[in-house]
Design a protein around this ligand. Structure first.
Ligand code: URA
Length: 260
C-alpha cells in the first residue's frame, strides 16, 4: 500500500486513535506527522519545511560556522560534525553520513540527505537511488574512485521527511567547508533540495537542471562550475526523465574533458 519502511518499534492503530479523537472533543489525540513514502530526493513532497518544529536555528548556525571554520582537513571536519550538537537530526539518526568516494576527484556530488540504508551504513548513496547513481556515473566513465559524494545534510531526517530550513541552515557551513577542503573542479547538485540550497535559488529542479552555474562559496578564491540535475530517486519513479538526465550527464562529461 505504499509503505516501504518501518519508522517505529511497535505498530500503531490509527483507526483506534481517530475513534478516540472523535470521542474526546476536549483533547483530540495528536496524529503523527506525515511520512514520506519514497526514497530521498523523490519530488513527491510530504511535509513542508514549516510543518516541523524549529531547532533553535540561530544557535545551530552560529555553532556550525565556528566548528566548520576550525576544521582544516576532511578528518577534522568529520570529527567536528561528530561533536556538533546544533542539528537535532543527529538525535534520531543512527550514523553520521559524511562522504564516500575519492576526495581528490575532479567531481563532487551533493545530494539531499541520507535515507534508511545510508543511515544504517553511514555511507551516502548506497540504497536504490545510489545504485542508479552508480550506473549513471558508469555511463560516462566515472565511479566512486573518480567522484566524491556527500549530501547537504549529514544525518537522516526521521521517516525520510523533508529537511527543515533550520536543519539545512545548521549544516550549510559544514557543507561549504566541505567544498572548500575538497576543491573539486566541478560540483553536481542532485535534486531540487540540493540545487536550491547550494545555488540559493527558489526555482524548482525542472528549471534549474541541465545548466552550469558558478558556485561561489564563502572561502573560495574562485567560483566552481556547478551543474544541477535530477535526483536518481526521482528518476526511479519517473523513468521518462532519464533522457533529460542523460543530457545532463553528457554536459558533465564534456566539461570534464574540456578541463583535462
Ligand atoms: N538520497 C540522497 O539525497 N542522499 C543519499 O545519500 C541517499 C539518498
Amino acid at each position: 500500500m505504499g509503505a516501504d519502511e518501518a519508522i517505529g518499534n511497535a505498530p500503531v492503530d490509527r483507526y483506534a486513535e481517530s475513534a478516540a479523537a472523535r470521542k474526546s472533543v476536549a483533547a483530540p489525540a495528536p496524529s503523527a506527522p506525515p511520512v514520506r513514502v519514497a526514497e530521498r530526493g523523490d519530488t513527491r513532497r510530504a511535509p513542508q519545511l514549516s510543518e516541523h518544529a524549529p531547532l533553535a536555528p540561530s544557535q545551530g548556525v552560529a555553532d556550525s560556522r565556528a566548528a566548520a571554520a576550525a576544521a582544516d582537513t576532511l578528518d577534522a571536519l568529520r570529527a567536528a560534525l561528530s561533536a556538533f550538537e546544533g542539528c537535532a537530526l543527529k538525535q534520531t539518526a543512527t550514523n553520521l553520513v559524511f562522504a564516500d568516494g575519492n576526495p581528490d576527484a575532479d567531481v563532487m556530488i551533493l545530494g539531499e540527505a541520507p535515507g534508511a540504508e545510508e543511515d544504517r551504513r553511514g555511507v551516502p548513496f548506497v540504497g536504490a537511488s545510489g545504485q542508479l547513481m552508480d550506473r549513471m556515473l558508469a555511463a560516462i566513465g566515472l565511479d566512486r574512485d573518480s567522484v566524491y559524494i556527500s549530501n547537504i545534510l549529514f544525518w537522516r531526517p526521521p521517516g525520510n521527511r523533508n529537511p527543515t530550513t533550520a536543519e539545512v541552515a545548521a549544516c550549510m557551513p559544514f557543507v561549504q567547508r566541505h567544498i572548500e577542503l575538497v576543491r573539486p573542479k566541478a560540483l553536481v547538485f542532485v535534486g531540487g533540495a540540493s540545487a536550491k540550497a547550494m545555488l540559493d535559488r527558489t526555482e524548482g529542479i525542472m528549471r534549474l537542471r541541465g545548466k552550469w552555474y558558478d558556485y561561489r562559496g564563502p572561502g573560495l578564491d574562485k567560483p566552481i562550475p556547478a551543474l544541477a540535475t535530477f535526483h536518481p530517486a526521482y528518476l526511479l519513479r519517473s523513468p521518462g526523465q532519464k533522457r533529460a538526465a542523460w543530457h545532463d550527464l553528457l554536459l558533465l562529461k564534456t566539461r570534464l574533458e574540456e578541463m583535462s
